[in-house]
Write a protein that binds this ligand. Structure first.
Ligand code: GLU
Length: 480
């Protein structure tokens, strides 16, 4: 049985890269009847942030990455918080002590620093094993416990990076248990992965350089090495270096509040560094599960492109509307409407959504793109006078055009087809181009940089509102 895990540290900020590290092991587990475990790596107390675990759980739930074992759901290999697994780590540490492969290290910080300085001075790599103390006390909590390394050439296979090898120069007496009594990541993850029967370790490539030390630990314990899958860094938009907060990449939480759909986030991140070799770009979760394969994960960094994410989100908004209907998309829009929309019923909001959805990149675009459907816009005749299609037309003519239009529209039956016909007749009657006449009416109704097709805008706004806005605009032009 395939067992994977997502093992985040609860530091409060969910980086785009963290989420990708959650998605791939999920897909790998779901391709078979595998197990996907959530394990909270909270042994670094200095980095611990209140509420961070809940944020991780909430984000996974939002993305639809349900875990089979972990916090909330429990499971046979828990607890799933490393801070609650101390007894387990101590038992495994004892095994190493008994084998003569771990020792309590009484060396103080100052002495350790002097070893470091010495190496810097001599320009040689700092390896603690060269300073291994000769006298070591019996181990007890409060003294760091170190691994007694056995440096030798090591070869291994990384499922993404290929065949790897490393010499003794990168293997050392790493700390297993810190002075605060908690295990290091290096030690704890080996124990946990073994206890939790993890078969595939999928994590960031930053752990690749420590792998020789991990191999030494697997060997000391006589453990089978799980499949190692190192995910390359996500690079900033210009490529070259790792994506950082400064590159403008938001946390997943921020994208969520901005109205990015979980389907789009999942789709985008899954394809950031993986492709199935076809041109397909939009994948549902089920398609990803079906098509994902470890051997098509790229081994070089993938460039983060927010524009692409937002494009994909627009595609997903359309997909949900087209395939599941207005009801399904409307259900996602709560909290994204302008405040003035509160005074309107759902029926009306759905109508607005139906004519605007294909222009949305995020749900929060609703706030700026639909305001004029819920409140009269502020009249700004400059928008008319400076419009590229209208600036050559005199103010008298503009006012006259609007009057003719208002009159025609007033006698029109109020439905999209009749409105469309009326608008076409108006073109003939006024001998104006659509860009001229329709821009004028459009601005007069909305004073917005964009609005949906004119007959639909009129239909949705209703007769009274439409005519009253057109007359206000006529007055404003005349009083100019
Ligand atoms: N706790 C580690 C991190 O958040 C996880 C690495 C791993 O998946 O083993 O980077």
């Amino acid at each position: 049985m395939i067992v994977t895990r997502f093992a985040p540290s609860p530091t409060g900020y969910i980086h785009i890269g963290n989420v990708r590290s959650a998605i791939y092991p999920y897909l790998i587990a779901r391709q078979t009847q595998g197990n996907y475990i959530l394990r909270i790596e909270d042994t670094d107390q200095a980095r611990f942030v209140e509420g961070a675990t809940e944020l991780i759980e909430d984000t996974l739930e939002w993305l639809g990455l349900e875990w089979n074992e972990g916090p909330i759901v429990g499971g046979p290999t828990g607890p799933y918080f490393q801070s609650e697994r101390k007894a387990i780590y101590y038992a495994w540490a004892q095994k190493l002590i008994d084998m003569g492969r771990a020792y309590a290290d009484p060396t103080d910080a100052k002495t350790i620093q002097s070893y470091r300085d010495e190496c810097t001075e001599k320009k040689i790599p700092y390896l603690y094993r060269n300073y291994r103390p000769t006298e070591t006390p019996e181990w007890h909590e409060g003294i760091p416990l170190r691994f007694k390394s056995d440096p030798k050439p090591r070869k291994w296979r990384d499922e993404v990076m290929g065949d790897m090898e490393a010499g003794p120069e990168v293997q050392d007496d790493i700390i297993l248990i810190k002075a605060d009594g908690l295990p290091t990541y290096n030690f704890a993850h080996i124990v946990d992965d073994a206890e939790m029967h993890v078969t595939h370790v999928c994590r960031g490539v930053e752990y690749l350089s420590s792998t020789p030390n991990y191999l030494a630990l697997y060997e000391a314990f006589g453990l089978k090495v799980p499949k190692l899958i190192s995910l390359p860094h996500i690079l900033g938009p210009t490529g070259g270096k790792k994506l950082g907060k400064r590159d403008g990449a938001k946390s997943v939480t921020e994208y969520r509040t901005d109205g990015v759909l979980p389907e789009a986030m999942l789709n985008y991140l899954a394809c950031l560094g993986w492709n199935d070799g076809t041109e397909q770009e939009i994948y549902t979760k089920d398609e990803l599960i079906q098509k994902f394969s470890i051997d098509r994960i790229q081994n070089s960094g993938a460039r983060y492109d927010e524009t692409k994410l937002l494009w994909m989100n627009g595609q997903w908004i359309r997909k949900i509307f087209d395939e599941q209907g207005v009801e399904a998309l409307f259900a996602r829009t709560e909290g994204f409407w302008p405040d003035s929309a509160n005074a309107y019923d759902d029926q009306y909001k759905k109508k607005v959504l139906s004519i605007i959805y294909d222009r949305l990149k995020t749900l929060s675009d609703l706030r700026v793109m639909t305001t004029y459907f819920f409140e009269d816009p502020i009249i700004n005749t400059d928008m008319i006078f400076s419009n590229k299609f209208l600036k050559k037309i005199s103010e008298e003519e503009l006012s006259e055009l609007l009057q003719i239009s208002a009159k025609k529209i007033e006698s029109c039956e109020w439905n999209p087809e009749s409105l469309q016909n009326t608008l076409n007749n108006l073109l003939e009657e006024t001998q104006r181009k659509p860009a001229e006449l329709f821009s004028l009416i459009r601005i007069g109704l909305s004073y917005a940089p964009f609005s949906p097709a004119l007959h639909l805008t009129l239909d949705t706004l209703g007769k009274n509102t439409s005519l009253s806005r057109l007359h206000q605009t006529i007055t404003a032009i005349e009083n100019h």
